[in-house]
Design a protein. Structure first.
Length: 277
């Protein structure tokens, strides 16, 4: 694994249990990517995170932990689903991991909500990138990975394409497609290469919604170049198509306790994930 991976420049270490859906993905016992719990048996991540192998037995995940490595339980997988039109970082960079056994929710382990295809985010919307990282880009650092948060704001795809114009192939009109989102920090805080699979979440109507899965970024400490994410709203129907054994009940959330359960949402009752209408 490259020494530059999974680093954050000036990110903030988060309080224990603040982002309870965050997952670390291990390949042969070594951290390779992040993911997020979207229900009791499924994890959302980036497609390119699984290019080392498509054999589920070679991967495991850790949930409910704050540092890596940590003596937490490693959960085995039973299935890997990469989008059928996945083209490395170019498009459809999304995948699902199925846990061998369903997990039990706790204060430290909870699912994140997912948007519907109708969700649109205005330029400048404040969101948070949740990553496993280190507080410095020093390549010789040996400190463990720590769960960190980075405040970012949404950038339009048009501006994002302008920033990455030099990557265009001949006659190519855009590099960042409709299945992608871009975001950048205003505070001089950014991620480095290979925080792949990390969730970008926005608080909408008092509910945390995962709007993006980190796909790629150009380089550390180059704030003119936004991080590029896979848009979860673009793939809502695809995700629902893969997770077919759920029941959707409209307006069920208003009957549940807590401020995040509000009328106007769909609850995946058998699995525990929320979908924004």
């Amino acid at each position: 694994m490259e020494k530059t991976c999974a680093m954050v420049v000036n990110g903030k270490v988060v309080d224990v249990g603040k982002w309870p859906w965050q997952v670390s993905i291990l390949f042969l016992g070594v951290y390779v990517c992040s993911g997020s719990l979207i229900h009791q048996q499924w994890i959302l991540t980036a497609g390119h995170c699984l290019q080392r192998s498509l054999e589920p037995s070679q991967y495991s995940v850790m949930v409910g932990v704050q540092h890596l490595p940590e003596n937490g339980t490693r959960l085995p997988l039973s299935q890997i689903v990469i989008h059928e039109n996945f083209r490395n970082f170019m498009s459809n960079d999304i995948a699902l991991l199925k846990l061998k056994d369903p997990i039990v929710w706790s204060p430290m382990i909870q699912p994140v909500c997912l948007p519907s295809t109708k969700l649109t985010l205005s330029k400048g919307t404040l969101c948070w990138m949740i990553v496993w990282g280190r507080s410095s880009a020093l390549v010789n650092q040996t400190a463990p990975y720590t769960l960190q948060e980075v405040a970012v704001r949404i950038i339009s795809n048009r501006i994002c394409n302008d920033r990455y114009h030099f990557l265009f192939l001949k006659d190519q009109r855009m590099f960042v497609g409709k299945d992608m989102l871009c975001a950048s920090s205003e505070l001089g805080v950014d991620s480095c290469q290979s925080n792949s699979g990390s969730s970008m979440v926005c608080q909408l109507n008092k509910t945390w919604i995962q709007v993006g899965v980190e796909s790629w970024s150009f380089s550390c400490k180059r704030h003119l170049f936004p991080d590029v994410y896979t848009s979860t709203a673009h793939f809502t129907q695809w995700i629902q198509g893969q997770i077919s054994n759920v029941r959707l009940i409209s307006s069920a959330c208003s009957a549940l306790p807590g401020p995040v359960f509000r009328t106007g949402y769909l609850l995946l009752v058998s699995l525990g994930s929320l979908w924004l209408l």
